[in-house]
Design a protein. Structure first.
Length: 476
């Protein structure tokens, strides 16, 4: 017997198990459901995930092959929120069940759980063609749900922000930051039973404001570095809408120009082996026609760019890391998916670099950040180390010979210079770092080409440019 305050229960029979397997692409399951006009549901367990762990399951239901509702059993999120939390790289363990339509009627009446017909295809499978097929097959009244699909990226950022706060807090030994909930927001809980034939649904009201609250993501004001500095809207979120390889042509062009600039400035062998302009145009117009060498360059560059930002944030103050970690993680996921697609088509193997994190680095026997204070000093230290690691990895993929002894000396001297007691860099290392700090040009180019008008990018550009100019002045 339940108390008077308990919400009503909606019961979904477990149904007939049709399929249970691990899939690398959830689109295969969604396509099968559509072609069979299945009425029932699928349980999804992401194997690589930012937000879920253990026996957590996502649930997506279908009527005649068309997705109707989505739910996340760990966070109790429903609708676009649930899809956003499940939208992580595969593989997934998927179980597919057939259930009578009458058994789903009550659950399908919970509008806070509903998703647009094409949303699972775009958010879980990144398959626009499949989403179009689903929409074509959907009844007219379901197309009214399509407006909800535009909230998916925002919902991902909101969900990732919550998990990221908890992650950062645990890592930095601070009190864990829990999920916030207001008086106007209650959640819907689904408990999937593995010992009975019933799925229990506790239906409660979930405000749609939850999905829209994350639209106020912010960035630090360029004139202030403190956690209480005035904030402005993050315009870099526009980058998160990029999905197709062709849309990353200008991004790759900026990165390749940077790699070549540094390599030619240091007179490294192989600096001009790859024709970056031709690769860029092929990526822009016909990415499936990239040569193996070109595909390796593009995919490695995008993987390195995706992997760069989260370790970078760890070198910065906690308030700054928390402000950026959500879009950073989504951006990495997107870049990784595009890079994997390009590499797979060209049948090449690529890897992402493993960037140094503060806990991995000692300077004169002390933690690397022990002798560094202030936002600017941390920012410059992080860049001095991580852009070196980025360059070595990407340049090697581009066929550029980077002398290992120079890399080792640059790392050692730079750490001692920016985080220790070293007074000056040796001439060769100073020249190398001066060229590497030209990543302000990369920031400017991406900001300009994608029309971001981002105060955050402007801040980065000023800090990087100032350090490059300072090193140039020291060389005279």
């Amino acid at each position: 017997m339940t108390g008077a305050s308990d919400p009503p229960e909606l019961r979904i029979p477990r149904g007939n198990l049709l399929r249970s397997r691990v899939v690398s692409d959830i689109g295969t399951t969604l396509s099968r459901v559509l072609s069979r006009n299945l009425t029932g549901y699928a349980t999804l367990v992401p194997q690589e995930t930012l937000l879920l762990s253990g026996d957590a399951k996502g649930v997506v239901t279908f009527t005649d092959g068309i997705p109707v509702l989505a739910y996340n059993t760990v966070t109790d999120s429903g609708g676009p929120d649930a899809l956003a939390e499940l939208a992580v790289p595969g593989p997934y363990r998927v179980e597919l069940y057939a259930v009578g339509a009458e058994s789903l009627e009550a659950a399908h009446g919970a509008e806070t759980l509903r998703v647009a017909p094409g949303a699972p295809a775009t958010e879980l499978a990144d398959d626009q063609a499949l989403a179009d097929r689903v929409r074509e097959a959907a009844p007219d009244h379901r197309l009214d749900d399509e407006g909800e699909e535009t909230d998916a990226v925002a919902a991902f950022l909101s969900a990732t922000m919550t998990a990221s706060k908890q992650f950062v807090s645990r890592r930095r030994s601070r009190p864990e930051i829990g999920r916030k909930s207001g008086d106007s927001m209650r959640r819907l809980r689904i408990l999937l039973s593995t010992t009975t034939h019933v799925t229990t649904v506790r239906s409660m009201t979930m405000s749609r404001a939850k999905r829209r609250r994350c639209r106020g993501m912010t960035e630090p004001e360029p004139s202030g570095f403190g956690p209480h500095a005035r904030i402005v809207r993050i315009t870099v979120l526009r980058l998160l809408t990029l999905t197709a390889p062709t849309e990353f042509a200008d991004w790759y062009a900026a990165s390749r120009a940077y790699t070549r600039h540094v390599a030619e400035g240091m007179a490294f062998d192989g600096a001009s082996t790859l024709d970056g302009e031709r690769v860029t145009e092929t990526l822009r117009s016909a990415p499936t026609e990239l040569s193996s060498a070109a595909a390796r360059s593009v995919a490695t560059t995008l993987l390195a760019d995706g992997a760069f930002s989260e370790p970078y944030c760890e070198w910065l103050p906690t308030w700054y890391e928390l402000g950026l970690i959500a879009p950073v993680r989504y951006g990495e996921w997107r870049l990784r998916r595009v890079a994997t697609e390009i590499a797979k088509r060209a049948a090449v193997t690529v890897t992402a670099p493993r960037f140094s994190r503060p806990q991995d680095v000692l300077v004169d026997g002390r933690p690397a950040l022990a002798g560094v204070s202030g936002f600017r000093d941390r920012f410059v230290l992080a860049d001095a180390l991580l852009h070196l690691e980025w360059f070595v990895h990407v340049a090697t993929a581009d066929g550029i010979d980077v002398p290992a002894n120079l890399v080792e000396r640059t790392r050692e001297e730079s750490l001692s210079y920016y985080a220790g007691d070293r007074a000056h860099l040796s001439p060769e290392v100073r020249r190398f770092q001066r060229l590497l700090f030209a990543d302000d040009e990369w920031v400017h180019r991406v900001n300009d080409r994608y029309g971001l008008d981002s105060a955050l990018f402007d801040l980065w550009e000023r800090l990087l440019s100032a350090e490059r100019q300072r090193l140039k002045a020291e060389s005279r």
